[in-house]
Design a protein around this ligand. Structure first.
Ligand code: AMP
Ligand code: FE
Ligand code: FE
Ligand code: ZN
Length: 291
């Protein structure tokens, strides 16, 4: 059984529609895929409708969060959430707030770029997102199309880097509150790519212990942005803290070079995750919309 528990569609900052993403998942030989768009459940209905025969879809999300160290500025962290009740009012309100926050912040990034003479227009970027949750990858594509940079990767390495003068932070959810909300909605919170240093500052072991104390249930260990030492460290922490271990691709379609199923989750860990989620059920791989 091949299981990939972290993917993004065009409902957020991936480039495949949910239906295309599921077809790609099946094509790559996956038996289980989780759809985890940023701060939204808007892709769940299409995923349920269009899933190919033989592919189980785990409804999920990646919640934009922050960890607040005692003596340093907040650190951006991503919290995967699976099988939560999409109608839980507190969690629904928080994702709506985060989407608003993304719009205000994206507009400020683009205004700064435009002011510096880069030909990017906020309204066009929002329109191209087609109702999807807007993120820096959308701005990156606009920069590529305007000929300012050669690739999305180059945009992230330069103008959109978190240390770029154009970067604007967003007021993401306190991760301890996010964990509590996901649990209150019957979901399974898993800390995404926790040691991916190339994305920015990462939290220390004491933060992960505090998250476990707050109700975290798993660590994403096998992720394309984790090197072998980082994976070993995370695996050790999961053992010490009694957390599930997941592996996933963090597929974003053509916005990233990583193919779907690049990393996968062990079946026993997936089964434990299923047992822990009480707010929603997976969309099974049989009786789907084949035909
Ligand atoms: P934002 O949520 O707007 O801060 O943008 C962060 C998103 O950009 C994350 O979902 C990442 O997966 C994505 N991202 C980060 N670095 C890159 C990159 N080099 N190429 C494409 N996407 C990236
Ligand atoms: Fe993303
Ligand atoms: Fe992430
Ligand atoms: Zn992701």
């Amino acid at each position: 059984m091949r299981i990939d528990l972290h993917t993004h569609s065009s409902v957020s900052d991936g480039t495949d529609s949910p239906a295309e993403l599921l077809a790609a998942a099946r094509g790559a030989g996956l038996d289980v895929v989780a759809l985890t768009d940023h701060d939204t459940t808007a892709g769940w209905a299409e995923a349920q409708r269009t899933r190919p025969e033989g592919l189980t879809v785990v409804p999920g999300m990646e919640l934009s969060c922050r960890w607040f160290p005692a003596q340093a500025p907040p650190i951006s962290v991503h919290l995967l959430a699976y099988l939560f009740d999409p109608e839980h009012p507190g969690l629904a309100a928080e994702r709506a707030r985060l989407r608003e926050e993304r719009l205000g912040r994206g507009e400020r990034i683009v205004a700064g770029l435009a002011e510096a003479g880069h030909p990017v227009v906020w309204d066009e970027i929002v329109e191209r997102a087609g109702g999807g949750v807007v993120g820096r990858p959308h701005v990156a594509r606009a920069l590529v199309e305007a000929g300012v940079v050669d690739s999305v990767d180059q945009a992230f390495a330069t103008l959109l880097h978190h240390r770029s003068p154009f970067y604007v932070a967003k007021a993401d959810t306190d991760v301890l509150a996010g964990i509590a909300l996901v649990r209150a909605a019957g979901g399974v919170p898993v800390f995404a790519h926790g040691l991916a240093t190339r994305r920015g500052r990462v939290v220390g072991d004491e933060a992960i212990a505090a998250m476990a104390e707050a109700g975290l249930l798993g660590l994403e260990v096998d992720h394309p942005d984790h090197d072998p030492d980082e994976r070993a460290h995370m695996r050790g922490l999961a053992g010490e803290l009694g957390l599930l271990v997941t592996g996933s691709s963090d597929y974003h379609g053509s916005n990233k070079t990583t193919p779907i199923a690049a990393c996968t989750t062990a079946p026993d860990q997936y089964e434990a995750l299923l047992a822990a989620g009480t707010g929603a059920v997976p969309f099974p791989g049989t009786g789907g919309a084949a035909g």
